[in-house]
Design a protein. Structure first.
Length: 224
């Protein structure tokens, strides 16, 4: 069983020292990589360059931007070697298209250098496509790829959580969704719900370890 896991967050450059990112640490992805590797899976972890990585000896690759992540995913999945992907990476919905200065000038985002001081800068953002919806198409050969996506919500409404899951499943490109809610994650617990492609609730888990066990059993069951 060969599994690709993505973790951590993307960073979209404004200039060489400023960027748009998120609070993802990659902790859950690193934990799942260790747990699934211990269960006998062959794991590659594709992680944000600032994200946590496992202490165990696991194959690693990294990304910085949305484009980096997309390119690395195409590289790995086009090999046809992977049975499944668990896509935890917190991917930016937007990248910087250009920066508008106070005098109306336009600057393109750069990974090097630093913008000089201005009283006002307007960032113009472009929407990124959903990588999750494309993962199955990146697997050019081999058996069909088993895709698990993650959906983080921040609400007390069960209805809103279900709607977020259904929206993710709408494309028909995901086999399982792990929904976790920011308000239910603590140092001691990481509650989650695992849904099938049809939106059926399969499992409720309370810890990362339990989550890893259920995901492993689902993927293993698909491959038998």
């Amino acid at each position: 069983m060969k599994i690709l896991i993505t973790s951590g967050g993307t960073e979209e450059p404004i200039d060489g020292v400023r960027y748009i990112t998120n609070f993802s640490t990659g902790r859950t992805g690193a934990f799942l990589a260790e747990e699934l590797e211990e269960k006998g899976a062959d794991i590659t972890l594709l992680h944000g360059h600032r994200a946590m990585v496992p202490s165990r000896e696991i194959a690693l690759d990294s990304f910085i931007t949305f484009s980096d992540l997309d390119e690395r995913l195409q590289f790995h999945l086009s090999s046809g070697k992977y049975d499944a992907i668990i896509h935890l990476a917190a991917v930016s919905d937007f990248s910087v298209e250009y920066i508008e200065t106070e005098n109306g000038g336009k600057l393109t985002p750069e990974k090097r250098g630093k913008l000089s001081s201005h009283n006002r800068l307007n960032l113009h953002l472009k929407r990124n496509y959903k990588i999750l919806d494309r993962l199955k198409t990146y697997q050019k050969s081999g058996k069909g790829l088993i895709v698990t996506g993650f959906k983080l919500t921040d609400t007390d409404s069960e209805e809103e959580m279900k709607e977020a899951v259904q929206k993710l499943l709408k494309s028909g490109k995901v086999d399982y969704v792990v929904q976790n809610n920011l308000r239910d994650i603590t140092k001691e617990k990481h509650e989650a719900k695992i849904y099938s492609a049809h939106g059926n609730l399969l499992f409720r888990t309370e810890t990362k370890r339990e989550m890893a066990e259920k995901l492993f059993s689902l993927i293993q069951g698909e491959l038998e």
